[in-house]
Design a protein around this ligand. Structure first.
Ligand code: AMP
Ligand code: MG
Length: 347
């Protein structure tokens, strides 16, 4: 199958409208289309079409017990799919359209395959005009997990999607690099108190303020039967050994050990200020000016993919403070870390 890549800079041009029409027709025809959102690129299918959603799982190699997020573009679509709780209404008013996914009791309209058999459904109204224009053109909710092969980093450019799905899907809409770079915050809003299932751009304190409630964090690592089923799988794993280090001295220590082990410099994902202090000819990717979490998040998945493309045997990412948006960044870094953390323990 030939994979078409169409760039859309402005959705109001006749060429963009034609591309959106083509994409919508494919979706209505049960095919898969990758498209950008403000978080990451999604691999979309008509959420009401079971075989089309099954094709998402097959294309990604996604385990059947990892449910999909359904993307909508108006409140009518929401009401067709789920029963919004009073808490959900508060969060919707505060954050939609935007990078917040709500888990709510699902209606029978939605095929079981989408929610992996759960009685709940994850729903989001994205803010990127290109994404909402596609949903509106297709006249249906679009189920779209991140457009990466299962286990790889989420795609933040159309090129990342192409790398994983060339020849496997008919169309990728290219809207340039995504603004946020990390997947949405996922919140279970079925009860009275919001439960964060996956941290993201919308932070704990913003959720607490908007809902007038304390926030409960699901302890994802220790949960035996996780509420957020996708959380039990390893994500984002680069091919090389991946470590996270706190500050310059730990980075230098680990760099030396990895260099000895692999006879190759590790790829260092660090703040500009840290890079400036590194001795010797280090292999560096600058994640932003120190403390610029927006920039770190935007660069994170591309950096992990670069490690693979350039065949690095190992990578070290500089840790960020685990506070506010930093919680989401550290969540992704920790999931990318290799199981072999022997070197770190030796410190
Ligand atoms: P992705 O679309 O790849 O970013 O992954 C979607 C994630 O949303 C899943 O891995 C789950 O963590 C979460 N999710 C989707 N549906 C549900 C649900 N019904 N209940 C809890 N979590 C969900
Ligand atoms: Mg994903």
């Amino acid at each position: 199958m030939e994979t078409k890549l169409i760039t859309i800079n402005n959705i109001n041009t006749p060429a963009a409208q034609a591309a959106l029409y083509e994409a919508a027709e494919l979706i209505c025809d049960g095919k898969l289309v990758a498209f950008p959102t403000e978080t990451v690129y999604g691999l979309g299918a008509n959420a009401l079409d079971s075989p089309a959603c099954a094709a998402i799982f097959a294309a990604k190699g996604r385990p059947a017990d990892n449910p999909l997020i359904v993307h909508i573009a108006d409140m009518d679509m929401l009401n067709e799919l789920v029963v919004p709780s009073p808490l959900a209404i508060k969060l919707i008013n505060a954050f939609w359209p935007g990078p917040l996914t709500l888990v709510l009791p699902k209606k029978p309209t939605i095929p079981d395959i989408v929610s992996a058999g759960l009685p709940t459904l994850a729903v989001r109204w994205p803010s990127l005009p290109l994404a909402t224009a596609l949903i509106k053109a297709a006249h249906c909710p679009i189920a779209a997990p991140s457009a990466n092969l299962s286990g790889r980093s989420s795609p933040t450019t159309a090129w990342h999607v192409y790398t994983d799905f060339a020849g496997k899907i008919p169309l990728i809409l290219n809207g340039g690099p995504t603004e946020i770079g990390l997947e949405s915050t996922v919140v279970d809003a079925c009860g009275k108190i919001p439960q964060i299932l996956r941290p993201g751009r919308v932070e704990e304190k913003e959720l607490a303020k908007a809902s007038d409630q304390p926030i409960s964090y699901t302890n994802l690592s220790s949960a035996k039967r996780p509420t957020a089923p996708g959380m039990k799988y390893r994500h984002y794993a680069p091919k090389g050994e991946m470590l996270v280090a706190h500050g310059l001295s730990e980075i230098m220590h680990l760099r030396l050990q990895l260099k000895e082990k692999y006879h190759q410099e590790p790829l260092l994902m660090v703040w500009a200020e840290t890079a400036a202090q590194l001795p010797g000819e280090a292999e560096v990717l600058i994640m932003g000016k120190e403390g610029d979490l927006t920039s770190y998040a935007r660069n994170l998945f591309a950096a992990l993919r670069k490690g693979d493309e350039q065949h690095f045997s190992s990578l070290i990412a500089e840790a960020v403070p685990e506070y506010g948006f930093g919680i989401a960044i550290m969540n992704r870094l920790n999931k990318a870390v290799s199981q072999k953390v022997l070197l770190k323990k030796e410190l």
